[in-house]
Design a protein around this ligand. Structure first.
Ligand code: ASP
Length: 453
């Protein structure tokens, strides 16, 4: 059997839901269907999740959320109208949303999670209603009753391992199961959502729990591209890549799949197939454990902005036992997570997402590093972009780093930092944000356009 997940743009209108229906019924193995909330119909449109967030925020400020509430209901109503579903489902959705808005606000982030989760929960009910109307045996599955248990971290929940055994019993249910993505329940029975775009994670969890043969993830592009199509026009499509390659790429800006969504499928060895709802005949991209390294060392180039580096130098740092631990300990005290730590004998940089810090925190961190670690110098540099050059083939090829740095030099991009992951699946270049696009285009040219060895 297959677990099939559809993203927001695949469910944004009645017309899209009809496509989803056709895709699901085309293969009897497509038994579990994970749905997102309705997404954008056109580029200036609003995602239902964003409307729900705005609605919740107004309500927390004791302001009237009516306009946003109406906008959410209007999205479901227009879908229901297009699909001739009748009013009953819309009343159900309306009442559900009113109940959530009138719920306990003493813990605002939990209140927000309950509202956000309603986007997928109500959409799953609506989709199940439509499938039944088309004469198919389909039912909405309540994640609470099915046993999808998650940690109690608002907006950032993690699946609890006991979920997997519980969810296995979904096999006993007949017909097509429509499962809402993006959230689960804590052991205490409260709703918690994954981070944004987390319906991909739900699909992967279900694929693992149900021991599916395949996890199909339907989105709105024909394939995963080797580079951001907003930077390079018509980039090469990737036919097949490994879990590790996809994890590296999605971490650094490939938004096709949530970067945490691969782990459950990977652990169970279930291949993931990215496909296009609007063009299901296209071959798509397969994510697998092993692939043949036929097309040079690099499979994709990703980049992401919004990083900063904390540079610390101290003479004889290499001789000082515990320096790294103490440095990272200071960051831990501020609740900061870090991404990379390139280092030399007397210096180290810690790369972080800069949205985690504010100027006051920065000053305190600098002060503590100077006084507690007796550093010679501490510098915080902002507005960095990280570029990841990814490919398992790098392990078997000589000179990839040389080619990359030469290409960057030719494009007059100053490399602020270099880090090669120990797994040799990726190379990271830190550059100034203003140089990001030029750098990515130069690397693409080198590895995909120029003649490869
Ligand atoms: N609807 C949620 C979001 O917009 C989750 C998802 O679409 O996967 O983030």
């Amino acid at each position: 059997m297959k677990v099939v997940k559809f993203g927001g743009s695949s469910l944004a209108s009645g017309k899209q839901i009809e496509k989803v229906f056709q895709i699901v019924i085309a293969e009897a193995e497509r038994k579990v269907v994970v749905v997102s909330a309705p997404g954008k119909r056109f580029s200036e449109d609003h995602k239902v999740t964003d409307l729900l967030i705005e609605c919740g925020e107004l309500s927390l400020l004791n302001l009237d959320p009516k306009e946003k509430f109406d906008a959410v209901i209007e999205r479901y109503s227009s879908i229901a109208e297009e699909l001739a579903l009748g009013d009953e489902i819309i009343h159900e959705i309306q009442n559900d949303l009113i109940e959530r808005l009138n719920g306990n606000k003493s813990k605002p982030d939990r209140f927000m999670d309950r509202l956000k989760a309603s986007g997928e929960d109500n959409n799953a009910k609506l989709v199940a209603t439509y499938f039944r109307k088309r004469g198919v045996d389909a039912s909405y599955i309540d994640p609470k009753e099915a046993g999808l248990l998650v940690s109690d971290e608002p907006g950032n929940a993690q699946v609890l391992t006991e979920s997997y055994n519980r969810l296995f019993s979904l096999h006993e249910r007949p017909g097509i199961l429509i499962f809402p993505g993006f959230f689960g329940y804590s052991r205490e029975g409260e709703v918690f959502t994954f981070s944004r775009s987390g319906s991909d994670i739900t699909g992967s969890i279900l694929a693992n729990a149900l021991k599916a043969d395949l996890y199909e993830n339907f989105t709105d592009v024909d394939a995963v591209y080797s580079v951001n199509p907003n930077i390079v026009t018509k980039p090469k499509e990737i036919k097949e890549l490994t879990y590790r390659e996809m994890r590296e790429l999605s971490y650094a800006g490939f938004t096709v799949l949530h970067d945490e969504a691969l782990v459950p499928a990977f652990r169970a060895g279930i291949p993931v197939h990215i496909k296009n709802t609007n063009n299901p005949a296209a071959p798509g991209t397969r994510i697998v454990s092993d692939r043949k390294y036929t097309n040079g060392p690099v499979i994709g180039i990703a980049s992401d902005q919004g990083f900063c580096s904390i540079y610390v130098s101290k003479y004889l740092m290499n001789r000082e036992v515990g320096f790294g631990r103490k440095l990272l300990g200071i960051l831990e005290d501020f609740g900061l997570s870090y991404e990379h730590t390139p280092s030399g004998i007397d210096d180290v940089s810690v790369i972080l997402r800069e949205s985690q810090m504010d100027p006051i925190m920065e000053r305190e961190i600098k002060g503590r590093i100077m006084t507690e670690l007796h550093a010679d110098e501490v510098k915080i540099e902002h507005s960095l972009a990280l570029i990841m050059v990814v490919g398992e083939g790098m392990r078997h090829n000589v000179g990839t780093m040389a080619r990359a740095s030469k290409a960057l030099a030719k494009a007059h991009v100053n490399i602020e930092m270099i880090n090669q992951g120990s797994s040799e699946v990726s190379m990271m270049f830190g550059v100034k944000q203003v140089d990001e696009k030029r750098a990515v285009a130069a690397l693409y040219e080198e590895f995909f356009v120029a003649v490869t060895v």
